[in-house]
Design a binder for this molecule. Structure first.
Ligand code: NI
Length: 135
């Protein structure tokens, strides 16, 4: 029997979608407003889902406090109120699209979770646009 435990989190961050090897015109054509050279922000909403068996001793799949603290240290402390392109090393050579951000978040959390647990991360870039990645 497997149960999914989910925790919501939030961070604000700025980004710019562009490739240095493309002209400004090409960046504008492909990335539109998201290639604005002066950057722009998003209110990112995150949902982290951990699926696994219920521990017969505690009754938990994972302690919510542990999950909450993990998200704070690995995601919020790294990304909240940051310029993703300039301040978060994972994006120095990777375009900070929602797709790439959700994969990076998954990679940051994964090593800290029980290997028997399944991890899915959902990231909302806007209330209507969201992406998910799971192992
Ligand atoms: Ni954007």
């Amino acid at each position: 029997m497997k149960v999914t435990v989910s925790r919501k989190a939030h961070f604000n961050a700025a980004h710019r979608l562009y490739r240095k090897d493309w002209t400004d015109e090409k960046n504008q054509e492909i990335f539109g407003k998201c290639s604005n050279p002066h950057y722009h922000g998003h209110n990112y909403e995150l949902i982290v889902h951990v699926t696994g068996a219920i521990d017969p001793e505690t009754g938990y799949v994972i302690d919510m406090k542990v999950l909450k603290d993990l998200i704070k240290v690995e995601v919020e402390d790294r990304m909240d109120h940051k310029n993703l392109n300039e301040e978060v090393p994972e994006f120095f050579d990777r375009i900070p699209t929602a797709e790439n951000i959700v994969v990076v978040i998954h990679q940051l959390l994964r090593p800290h979770l029980d290997s028997n647990h399944h991890l899915k991360v959902t990231l909302f870039e806007t209330p209507r646009n969201y992406v998910s990645y799971s192992d």
